[in-house]
Design a protein around this ligand. Structure first.
Ligand SMILES: Nc1ncnc2c1ncn2[C@@H]1O[C@H](COP(=O)(O)OP(=O)(O)O)[C@@H](O)[C@H]1O
Ligand SMILES: [Mg+2]
Length: 374
């Protein structure tokens, strides 16, 4: 196990004027941490992993593993992949079909000539760890998808690498199995604490697994923090959207306070020297009131455009002043009986909303206790 330090890492696939797929990336990962790299498709997650593994040659920057440079653009250091102590687990299990489970798991030990591991039963040990000890003599085609991915997991950690890289390893599994293998992986990490970078585009997976989440956007890290921090206090408008604060409203400052168009002014728990604010709110933090009278500043008039029944909740689509809003209300509450075409009032939970400066897209400090004034 080792720490990872990435400094000013840049990768361009074309010439010096082409767009940087990884753009001056900085990241410090302490030993034993499971860091989740979370971002939309195409933001550079796989390329980052490939640079760490030595499968891709970065354009510039520095990567250290356990304090030793494995890549340094200036000093022209570039350790080949097989000399880096790194395990990898991919989306496709990529097991060798003609090899037994035992041989598949042992493969990294063979390639890296780790004789101790072959002699001292590391394969059996790690197979037991992922509940595959009884499958060692089978071939991959004789295993279920979940078992295959567990074997791939065992192969990734068998050589006791300094770092384990995961590239969306659960995305080929069906929903139930994904949850199960995710829980197993979480437990395994708690138990043996390997340093790892886990790539996903799935917010729930990131929250469930990560010690810290790094949100990546266009080759840069937008925010890197503990899961609850990223969820509760997104640093930017982009992170807020990515973490489920899907409703976005614009407010302007007037003499009586902040207001959305059509809404009454409201005093908000923010102290910012700006004249406009972007408000981000989760669907579950919007309430629906009957009638059309806007009496409080944290209310805006809206029209219901559709509803989707979800069992314990109802998702209500709304339109307010040309903007689409999404509310999630508990089944049985008055708001859950809203129907398409209804004119209603949407109430924003201003204490749980988050506020951003539209010019910089960065979060604006908010006070813990809001003061809502009619
Ligand atoms: N070998 C390559 N040559 C050219 N462009 C590439 C290559 N690999 C990846 N890219 C581009 O780099 C960007 C990031 O890709 P990738 O790292 O695979 O993203 P992610 O894993 O986040 O979906 C994409 O725009 C992709 O098209
Ligand atoms: Mg990818």
């Amino acid at each position: 196990m080792a720490s990872v330090s990435i400094t000013s890492l840049t990768k361009r696939f074309g010439g010096p004027r082409s767009d940087a797929v990884i753009d001056d990336l900085q990241l410090e990962i302490p030993q034993g941490e499971l860091l989740v790299l979370l971002g939309a498709s195409g933001c550079g997650k796989t390329t980052t992993l490939r640079c760490l593994a030595g499968l891709e040659s970065p354009t510039s920057g520095r990567i250290e593993l356990g304090g030793n440079a494995v890549f340094d653009g200036e000093r022209r250091i570039e350790l080949p992949a097989e000399k880096r102590s790194i395990g990898m687990v991919f989306q496709s299990y990529a097991l060798w079909p003609h090899m037994t489970v035992r041989k598949n798991i042992a493969y990294p030990l063979k390639v890296r000539k780790i004789k101790d591991g072959l002699r001292d039963g590391w394969v059996e040990e790690v197979a037991d760890l992922v509940d595959c000890g009884h499958l060692l003599d089978r071939y991959p085609s004789q295993l279920s998808g979940g078992q295959q991915q567990r074997v791939a997991l065992a192969r990734g950690i068998v050589a006791r690498p300094d770092l384990v890289l995961f590239d969306e390893p659960l995305s080929n599994l069906d929903a139930k199995l994904r949850m199960q293998v995710r829980a197993d992986l979480h437990e395994l990490h708690e138990r043996i604490g390997f340093t790892s970078v886990f790539v996903t585009h799935d917010q729930d997976e990131a929250l469930a697994l990560a010690d810290r989440i790094a949100i990546m956007r266009s080759g840069r890290i937008e925010q890197c923090a503990a899961p609850d921090t990223v969820f509760e206090e997104p640093a930017t408008d982009y992170v807020a959207e990515f973490m489920g604060m899907s409703n976005r409203l614009s407010l302007t400052r007037g003499v009586d306070g902040w207001s959305a168009s059509g809404g009454a002014p409201v005093r908000l728990p923010v102290a910012a020297d700006v004249d406009e604010l972007t408000v981000r709110v989760r669907p579950e933090h919007l309430a629906i009131r009957g009638g059309q009278d806007v009496v409080h500043g944290h209310q805006v008039p809206a029209r219901v455009t559709g509803t989707v029944y979800g069992g314990s909740h109802v998702d209500v689509s709304l339109e307010a002043d040309g903007r689409r809003l999404q509310a999630r209300v508990e089944t049985g509450t008055p708001g859950s009986r809203a129907a398409a075409g209804d004119r209603v009032v949407v109430e924003i939970d201003v204490a749980r909303a988050r506020y951003f400066d539209p010019a910089t897209e960065r979060a604006v400090a908010h006070a813990p206790v809001p003061e809502v004034v009619a």
